[in-house]
Design a protein. Structure first.
Length: 390
């Protein structure tokens, strides 16, 4: 056995012995192939065990807030269709197409110019009342009916005027320079004029255009004044009917205002006997004297339209609303007598006011006279009121 062989056998044995010795001393074995020595950190005292923190309790989940209910979007009121309301009239010159007629108001003359034109048209045309002026409307009507028959313009457009006084004015009793007259077949046109008497100080003037015999068609409003617009007073809706004058045995006193759901009524003046007969004779020379055993009673009232259930509908008030009774408990009908001017006869929009006279008749000398105010076609006693004459 050679020395090299012995050496090869001895070296591994020695290395194994050293490795076991070092392992017994706690040192890691050294790889014979590693030239640099492995640095071993000195042993440290055993560290105290770190107390494990108790697991934190997970917070209870908070209840999610109930979803807030979003308010339903309020629908924005649509503006009134042009011409359907006094708050939004059509501009002057617009064509208004009704069932049978197409109406176009082509021109408006008022004041001094209208007065001169009307005065020249007929020598019997009178001047307007104090505080009033004439308004002359020129218009064109075309028959647009599908019925192949001639239509007379007298049954065509029904034209009125209104303004911020909330009164609806009918045509004046005058002869116009160019009266609206004639009849036409479909496609035919006719032109003419209609005159009105309106307060000189009234603003926001406009026309109300309707077809005379079309009762199921709403009116159309056409502006006269530029920018004309009428919105009823909202406070009218809050006025409530009163108990004053609701009973015949407790009538309202003269000058006391009565209130129904639609009207406010005040008795302003009372004239009786010979003085009332004189008023009747002055009002119209053809008025007959009171029948034997009867006498006239002339009354003047102020009436105001209230309520906003139909803000663009004018309601009529006139002498047909009035009757009278007395100590005999007989209800006397209104006689066929022309009343003094101004007569109680008006069409009022909400807020409109009128004053006027009416003549009634009773048994001569009858006492405890009571005026009965009851609207025509009223079938409920809720609208009836009693006013003491004296």
């Amino acid at each position: 056995m050679t020395t090299r062989s012995i050496t090869r056998r001895i070296v591994p044995l020695v290395t194994a012995i050293l490795t076991l010795a070092l392992a017994a001393c706690g040192a890691p074995p050294t790889s014979p192939e590693t030239s640099a020595p492995t640095v071993v950190a000195p042993a440290t005292a055993a560290s105290k065990p770190v107390a494990t923190a108790a697991p934190t309790q997970a917070p209870k989940p908070t209840e999610a807030p109930a979803p807030t209910t979003l308010p339903e979007p309020t629908s924005t009121p649509k503006p009134a269709e042009a011409g359907a309301s006094r708050s939004n009239p059509l501009p002057l010159g617009s064509e208004v197409r009704l069932k049978t007629w197409a109406v176009t108001i082509t021109d408006v003359t008022r004041g001094k110019a209208a007065l001169q034109a009307i005065a020249a048209a007929n020598q019997f045309n009178e001047k307007p009342r104090a505080g009033y002026e004439y308004l002359l409307a020129s218009l064109r009507l075309e028959n647009i009916s599908e019925k192949q028959e001639a239509q007379h313009v007298a049954f065509g457009a029904s034209l009125h005027v209104t303004g911020d006084h909330n009164v609806l004015y009918s045509s004046a009793s005058v002869v116009e320079p160019k009266p609206l007259e004639g009849e036409v077949f479909p496609g035919g046109k006719v032109e003419g004029q209609i005159a009105f008497e309106v307060p000189s100080d009234e603003k926001n003037l406009m026309f109300q255009v309707e077809e005379s015999l079309a009762f199921d068609q709403p009116p159309v409003f056409v502006a006269i004044d530029e920018g004309a617009r009428i919105v009823p007073d909202a406070t009218l809706e809050s006025i409530q009917p009163s108990e004053i004058g609701t009973r015949r045995d407790a009538p309202a006193k003269p000058g006391e205002t009565l209130t129904t759901s639609a009207w406010e009524i005040t008795l302003l003046e009372v004239v009786r006997g010979k003085d009332a007969a004189k008023l009747a004779q002055e009002a119209n020379q053809f008025n007959e004297v009171a029948p034997a055993g009867s006498e006239y009673i002339a009354v003047k009232l102020r009436v105001r339209a209230i309520g906003l259930d139909q803000p663009d509908v004018a309601r009529q008030v006139d002498g047909s609303f009035l009757k009278i009774t007395g100590e005999k408990s007989v209800v006397y009908e209104k006689p066929s007598v022309v009343a003094p001017a101004p007569e109680l006869d008006a069409h009022l929009f909400p807020g409109g006011v009128t004053e006027g006279w009416e003549i009634l008749s009773v048994a001569a000398g009858e006492q405890k006279l009571t005026l009965i105010f009851k609207p025509l076609l009223s079938f409920s006693d809720d609208a009836t009121r009693f006013l003491a004459i004296e």
